[in-house]
Ligand binder design. Structure first.
Ligand SMILES: [Zn+2]
Ligand SMILES: [Zn+2]
Length: 308
C-alpha cells in the first residue's frame, strides 16, 4: 500500500459512518414514476434505498429479461415498468404492443425529434387508447447540452390532441411542459425563473382535460415548482389528482453521488444533488400529508391499476 492509498483509506474510514446520510423519511410511501433503469442492476436498488423511496416504475432499457430479473429480485421495489421505442421507425407500434403483452403498464418515456401532433405520435396515441396504457411524453422546444434539438414539439397546440384522443391517457414531463405553467413563457430559455404569471398553457391543459396527467420529475419540474411558493401551493392543491412524483435523477446513491449527476450536462442548480430528495422535500413542504400521499403514491397506483 503506498502512502496515498493509505491516506485515502483512512479518510474513507473516518468519513464513512460519521458522515453517512440516513435515508430520509417521507410523509407517505413513495413511488418514483420516472426512473430510468441503470445499466448496473445493483444501482437500481441503491438509488431507491438511498432516497427513501418505496417503489419505482422502471423506464426500461435493454431487454424485457433485465426488467424481469429486477422484478423477481424485489417485486415490491419494482412493481411496474414502461416500454419505449423509436417512434419514427415503422415497427414502433408492433414493439410497443409486444411490450404491453410482456407486462409493460405504459409507453415511455417517448423522447424523439418529432412534433407532438405529428403522424408518428398520433399513431402511438391511438395504440395507447386501444391497449389502455398511458403515454409518458418528453416535451422540449429548446436544445440542451444533454439533449440537443426539440422533442414532441408544439405543446402550445397540444389541447387539440387531448381533445382528439379522449381515451388516451397522457403523462406530460420535461422543460416545455413545466416552463409553460407561467403565462409569460415564450420559449426564451429551458428553465425560466421568477414569479409565475397565472394562466399558463400547461396549467390550463391540466384543468381542462381529464386525460392529461403530469409527473414532477427532473430539474424542469423542480425548477418550476421552486419559482413561486404561493403559486406552487395552489397549483399542487388544484391538480392534486393529476400529478405524480417522478425523479428522472441521474445520481447513483439517492444522495447526489456519481459522475452523471455531477457533470456539466446536469443543470447547475441540481448538480451533486439527488433530484428525488430535492423534489420530495419540496412536495412535502408545499402540500398537506393527504395531498402528498396522492402525488407520491396513490395517483400513480390508480393510473396504472396497481394495488396500493
Ligand atoms: Zn425526459
Ligand atoms: Zn438521485
Amino acid at each position: 500500500m503506498d502512502r496515498r492509498t493509505l491516506l485515502a483509506g483512512l479518510g474513507a474510514m473516518a468519513a464513512g459512518p460519521a458522515l453517512a446520510q440516513e435515508a430520509p423519511k417521507w410523509p407517505s410511501p413513495v413511488i418514483d414514476m420516472h426512473f430510468h433503469m441503470r445499466a448496473a442492476p445493483a444501482l437500481n436498488v441503491a438509488h431507491q434505498r438511498g432516497a427513501g423511496i418505496t417503489a419505482a416504475n422502471l423506464l426500461a432499457r435493454g431487454s424485457v429479461a433485465d426488467v424481469a430479473a429486477l422484478q423477481a429480485q424485489d417485486p415490491k421495489l419494482f412493481p411496474c415498468w414502461f416500454g419505449s421505442t423509436d417512434v419514427t421507425k415503422p415497427e414502433a407500434a408492433a414493439l410497443l404492443t409486444q411490450a404491453v403483452k410482456s407486462g409493460a403498464k405504459g409507453f415511455g418515456e417517448l423522447k424523439y425529434p418529432v412534433a407532438a401532433d405529428g403522424p408518428e405520435m398520433r399513431r402511438i396515441y391511438d395504440l395507447a387508447a386501444e391497449l389502455n396504457v398511458p403515454v409518458l411524453i418528453h416535451f422540449q422546444e429548446i436544445g440542451q447540452p444533454a439533449a440537443p434539438g426539440g422533442y414532441n414539439t408544439g405543446i402550445k397546440r397540444f389541447g387539440a390532441m387531448l381533445k382528439a384522443y379522449p381515451k388516451t391517457k397522457f403523462i406530460a414531463h420535461a422543460d416545455a411542459f413545466w416552463a409553460n405553467i407561467s403565462a409569460d413563457y415564450h420559449e426564451q430559455e429551458a428553465y425560466p425563473t421568477g414569479p409565475i404569471v397565472p394562466g399558463g398553457v400547461s396549467d390550463k391543459l391540466l384543468a381542462d382535460y381529464p386525460n392529461l396527467f403530469a409527473d414532477t420529475s427532473a430539474n424542469s419540474a423542480n425548477n418550476a415548482l421552486s419559482r413561486d411558493a404561493a403559486f406552487t401551493k395552489n397549483f399542487l392543491k388544484r391538480h392534486q389528482d393529476k400529478l405524480h412524483f417522478g425523479s428522472d435523477c441521474n445520481c447513483e446513491d439517492g444522495k447526489g453521488g456519481g459522475a452523471a449527476q455531477n457533470s456539466d450536462r446536469v443543470a447547475p442548480r441540481m448538480r451533486g444533488k439527488c433530484v428525488a430528495r430535492e423534489t420530495l422535500t419540496l412536495l412535502a413542504g408545499a402540500t398537506t400529508a393527504d395531498v402528498f400521499r396522492k402525488i407520491a403514491w396513490s395517483n400513480a397506483h390508480r393510473l396504472l391499476g396497481l394495488a396500493t
